[in-house]
Design a protein around this ligand. Structure first.
Ligand code: MSK
Length: 644
C-alpha cells in the first residue's frame, strides 16, 4: 500500500517515507501485516468470557455454522455482552480521569496538594450551586471541599443514590426520560463493576437487558466526562480563545522538544510550569530556543485549550513524532499510548517517560507523578528531557508542515462571544440563526484516528461537506486535531469553505466580538465532549425543547478507542443521531444492530448511523438535521393552529 493510501496529511506521508527507508514499523504497517482481520472478532461473535472458549458462532451461515456457544449463548447475547464490556472500558477511562481530578481537588482543600490552586472561582461557585451546595457566606476552601466530596460520592452509589453530576449537564426532560427508562447510574464505579458482573458467564443473557445496562454504563461515562471537564476548569481555568499551531512541523530543531501525550491535565499543566522554570537550563545545554512543549492526543488538547500549547500529532501519528529524531522526551500519562513508542525510541535518543502507577510501558523510564509533589516531579521530568537533548545523535527530520489554529471554545467562551451580539439574550443569537436557516444545525466531531480509514480523510471530507451546507461544526479529541492541522480552525477557512448562511453567522459574531473566529470550533479533549452537550442543553433549556428534538448531531468519523464507543452510546441515549465511520463489532447480531441503528431512535430520539463512506455520511447527517428542522416546523404550526 502506498503512503497516499494510508494518510492525507503530507507531514505523516513524509514520515512514513522515512519509516520505510529506515525499516521502522508503524501502526500503519502493522495493520497491513494483520489483514485480513478475523471476521468473527470483527462481527463481535467471538466469546472469550469463560475458559471453555473461544467460542465463535456464525449466525449468517444458513444454519450450517455454530449457532450457539458451548454454554448455549447465541449471537445476540455474545455481541451484547462484548459491547457492554467495551462501554465499561470506556467509562472506566473517562471516570478514572475525573476521579483523579476530584481527588486532587479534595487534596487542595485539605492542603495536601500545595502545587495546585483554584483558578476559576466563578466556575466553582456555579458548579456548587448546580449541585445544591450552599455558597453564600462560605470560605472558598469550604466550597472546594464540599464540591470535591460531592464529586467523589458520585463514584459510589450509597443506598441507591443517583449520580448528581448528570443532572447538572442535561435538560430536565431528558433526565426524566432516562429515569423512566431506568438507566440513570447509581454510582459510577458500581455501574462499571455491575457491567463486568452482568456480562460474566452465566449471568445476563437477555440482549435488551444487557443493552440497557450498557446505556446506564455509558451514562456513567458521560457523568465522568462532565465531571472531568468541570473540575479541570475549576483547577486550571475555563478555556478562552487562544491561537496556536498543529502538526509535526511545530517541533523545533533548536529546542528541547518535550512532548506530552495522554489525557490527564494534572501532570501536563505542571510540566508546562516546570518548563518555564527550567528554560535557562535548557539554553545552557545548547538548546538555543529553550524548551518547546507540544502535545499528542488529548493531553495536547487540554494544554492547547488552556495554555495555547501546540499540537504535534493526533493518535495515528504518535510514532511518527519520534521518527523525526527531534523529540527529546515524550512524557505520557494514561490512554491512547501505543506500547510501540518505546521500541521506536530505541532507534533515537528519545526518553519515553511513564508517570502513572497504572500505566507503564516495558523498557520506558518511569518517574512516578505524585499529587503532593507535582511541581518537583515535573521538574525531574523536564530535567530528564534536557539530559536527553544533550544525547541527540540521529539526523533530525521535522516535516515542514503545520497549520495555525484557534481553540478555547468552552461554553462559557461561546456565550461570552454571543453576549457581544446580544448582551441580554445571548442564546437567541444561535436560535435566531437556526430559525432563519443561516445555520442549519450543529454537528459535534468527536473521536480518534483509526488505521482502518485513511488518516484524517473522513474527518475532513465530512466537515467540509457539513460547513458547505451551513452546519456549525464543533470538535474535540483527535477529530479536532485532524481538522486543526488541515486548516479548518482558522478564520480564513470561513471564506473558503462555509456556506453563505454559516459565513453570515460567524461573520456577525466576529464583527461583534472584534476577533475573527475560525470555521470549526475546538471544544477540547475527549472528556470535553461534555462541553458540546452542555451547549446543546443550554439551547434546549432556552427553547423549551429536549435534546432529542434539536437539529444537533454527532459524528465519530474515525472512531478507535473503547471511549469512543462509550461516547457514541451516551450521545445516542441523550438523543443525538450519531454517525460512526468504522463498522463497530456488532454486525454479528441483527438484533443488536437493529436496536443500535433503528429502535434506539424510538426510545431515545438518537440512534447510530454506521457509514464508512464520508460523502454518504455527510448526506445522512444533513438529512437528520433537516428531518428535525422539519419536525420542529410542524410542531410550531400545529401549536399555532391549536392556540389560534
Ligand atoms: S486521544 S480516545 S485517540 S480522540 Fe482522546 Fe484521540 Fe480517541 Fe484517544
Amino acid at each position: 500500500m502506498s503512503f497516499e493510501d494510508r494518510v492525507i496529511d503530507p507531514a505523516s506521508e513524509e514520515m512514513l517515507q522515512i519509516a520505510e527507508e529506515k525499516g521502522h514499523e508503524s501502526c500503519f504497517s502493522r495493520y497491513e501485516d494483520m489483514t485480513p482481520q478475523c471476521g468473527f472478532g470483527a462481527a463481535g461473535v467471538c466469546c472469550t468470557i469463560c475458559l471453555q472458549g473461544p467460542c465463535r458462532v456464525n449466525p449468517s451461515d444458513n444454519g450450517k455454522g455454530n449457532q450457539e456457544a458451548i454454554c448455549g449463548a447465541r449471537d445476540y447475547t455474545i455481541v451484547a455482552r462484548n459491547l457492554v464490556r467495551t462501554i465499561a472500558g470506556g467509562a472506566a477511562n473517562h471516570s478514572g480521569h475525573a476521579r483523579h481530578v476530584a481527588e486532587v481537588l479534595r487534596e487542595v482543600a485539605s492542603g495536601k496538594a500545595e502545587d495546585y490552586e483554584i483558578k476559576d472561582e466563578a466556575k466553582l461557585k456555579n458548579m456548587a450551586t448546580a449541585l445544591g451546595i450552599e455558597i453564600e457566606g462560605r470560605e472558598t476552601n469550604e466550597i472546594v471541599k464540599e464540591v470535591a466530596e460531592e464529586a467523589i460520592s458520585n463514584f459510589i452509589g450509597y443506598h441507591g443514590e443517583e449520580v448528581s453530576w448528570l443532572k447538572t449537564a442535561i435538560p430536565e426532560s431528558r433526565y426524566n426520560l432516562l429515569n423512566d427508562c431506568d438507566v440513570i447510574p447509581q454510582g459510577i464505579n458500581d455501574v462499571i463493576a455491575d457491567s463486568m458482573h452482568r456480562t460474566a458467564m452465566g449471568v445476563d443473557s437477555d440482549p435488551l437487558n444487557l443493552i440497557f445496562g450498557g446505556l446506564e454504563t455509558a451514562l456513567s461515562d458521560f457523568t465522568g466526562c462532565a465531571m472531568g471537564t468541570d473540575l479541570s476548569d475549576i483547577l486550571f481555568g475555563t478555556p478562552e480563545l487562544v491561537e496556536s499551531e498543529a502538526n509535526l512541523g511545530v517541533l523545533e530543531e533548536d529546542a528541547v522538544n518535550l512532548v506530552v501525550h495522554g489525557h490527564d491535565p494534572l501532570l501536563s499543566e505542571k510540566v508546562v510550569e516546570a518548563a518555564k522554570r527550567l528554560e535557562d537550563e535548557a539554553k545552557a545545554a545548547g538548546a538555543e530556543k529553550g524548551i518547546k512543549i507540544s502535545g499528542i492526543c488529548c493531553t495536547g488538547n487540554e494544554l492547547l485549550m488552556r495554555q495555547g500549547v501546540s499540537l504535534a500529532a493526533n493518535y495515528t501519528s504518535q510514532e511518527l513524532a519520534i521518527m523525526t529524531g527531534a523529540v527529546d522526551a515524550m512524557v505520557v500519562d494514561v490512554q491512547c499510548l501505543m506500547p510501540s513508542l518505546q521500541e521506536i525510541s530505541r532507534c533515537y535518543h528519545t526518553e519515553i517517560i511513564t508517570t502513572m502507577e497504572i500505566s507503564k510501558i516495558t523498557g520506558a523510564k518511569h518517574i512516578q507523578f505524585n499529587d503532593a509533589t507535582a511541581g518537583a516531579d515535573a521538574d525531574t521530568i523536564v530535567k530528564t528531557a534536557i539530559e536527553a537533548f544533550k544525547k541527540r545523535n540521529a539526523e533530525v527530520n521535522i516535516p515542514d508542515y503545520k497549520s495555525k489554529l484557534m481553540a478555547g471554545f468552552s461554553v462559557e467562551q461561546i456565550v461570552a462571544v454571543l453576549e457581544k451580539v446580544n448582551a441580554d439574550d445571548p442564546l437567541s443569537v444561535v436560535t435566531d440563526a437556526l430559525a432563519s436557516g443561516d445555520i442549519r444545525g450543529i454537528a459535534l466531531f468527536a473521536g480518534c484516528n483509526n488505521v482502518k480509514t485513511k488518516q484524517d480523510q473522513n474527518h475532513l471530507k465530512i466537515a467540509k461537506e457539513l460547513v458547505k451546507n451551513d452546519v456549525l461544526c464543533v470538535a474535540t479529541g483527535c477529530a479536532a486535531n485532524s481538522l486543526g492541522k488541515h486548516g479548518l480552525m482558522i478564520p480564513e477557512a470561513v471564506e473558503e469553505y462555509a456556506g453563505e448562511g454559516l459565513k453570515k453567522f460567524i461573520g456577525q459574531l466576529s464583527d461583534a466580538a472584534g476577533v475573527e473566529l475560525p470555521l470549526v470550533w475546538h471544544m477540547g479533549s475527549c472528556v470535553d465532549n461534555s462541553r458540546a452537550v452542555k451547549l446543546a442543553t443550554a439551547l434546549a433549556d432556552y427553547t423549551g425543547l429536549d435534546l432529542g428534538e434539536l437539529p444537533v448531531v454527532a459524528t465519530a468519523p474515525e472512531a478507535m478507542h473503547e471511549k469512543a464507543v462509550s461516547i457514541g452510546s451516551w450521545a445516542v441515549t441523550l438523543g443525538l443521531p450519531t454517525h460512526v465511520g468504522v463498522v463497530p463489532p456488532v454486525t454479528g447480531s441483527t438484533l443488536v444492530t437493529d436496536v443500535a441503528t433503528n429502535i434506539a431512535e424510538d426510545v431515545f430520539g438518537g440512534h447510530f448511523i454506521v457509514e464508512t463512506d464520508p460523502e454518504a455520511a455527510a448526506e445522512k447527517l444533513i438529512d437528520k438535521i433537516d428531518q428535525r428542522n422539519w419536525m420542529l416546523e410542524m410542531k410550531a404550526k400545529a401549536k399555532e393552529k391549536v392556540e389560534g
